[in-house]
Design a protein around this ligand. Structure first.
Ligand SMILES: [Zn+2]
Length: 158
């Protein structure tokens, strides 16, 4: 009987599998997932997935707590790494739990890649008045201070 895999084994140099294509600003490819993540972070419902994302928002400022919260989200999604034959070409694929939401996977994946690129400092609270919204800063310089609702749209040049 094979030994059971320890589910809470911490990342070490020997079991890190992401990061083969490090991202740098601008993070345009992550934007759809980050927008979805912000919706999850600011959701007010009491669903299980909402509570998981609320735990991440509540841990803001504590990198260890944020990491635990995001890893809990990823674990609940049941993501595993696999290999698939796609018509003669081998591809590395992610498999997910049968009932996992693809929106939530996209969101959690985008957050993980953003943090890998530049740390947890890009998870922020809006500074506009008493706005309670949490947002993810994907700007080149990481200087955004307001959520999407309180960011002025860019003026188009004519
Ligand atoms: Zn705001």
């Amino acid at each position: 009987m094979p030994a059971a895999v320890e589910p809470t084994r911490p990342p070490t140099a020997s079991n890190i599998v992401a990061g083969w294509a490090p991202l740098r600003p601008p993070f345009r490819a992550l934007l759809p997932g980050l927008v979805q993540a912000e919706e999850h972070l600011n959701a007010t419902g009491g669903q299980a997935w909402g509570l998981r994302w609320r735990a991440l928002a509540d841990a803001m400022g504590d990198p260890s707590g944020c990491t635990l919260a995001l890893n809990a989200i990823l674990a609940d999604l049941g993501i595993t790494l696999g290999l698939a034959d796609t018509g003669g070409q081998w591809r590395v694929v992610l498999t997910i739990a049968r009932d996992a939401s693809t929106d939530e996977i996209r969101a959690a994946h985008a957050v993980a890649l953003l943090v890998e690129a530049d740390g947890w400092s890009r998870l922020k609270r809006c500074c506009h008045g008493r706005c309670p919204r949490t947002f993810l800063d994907a700007t080149n310089a990481g200087t955004r201070t307001r959520c999407r609702l309180h960011t002025r749209p860019k003026r188009t040049q004519r």
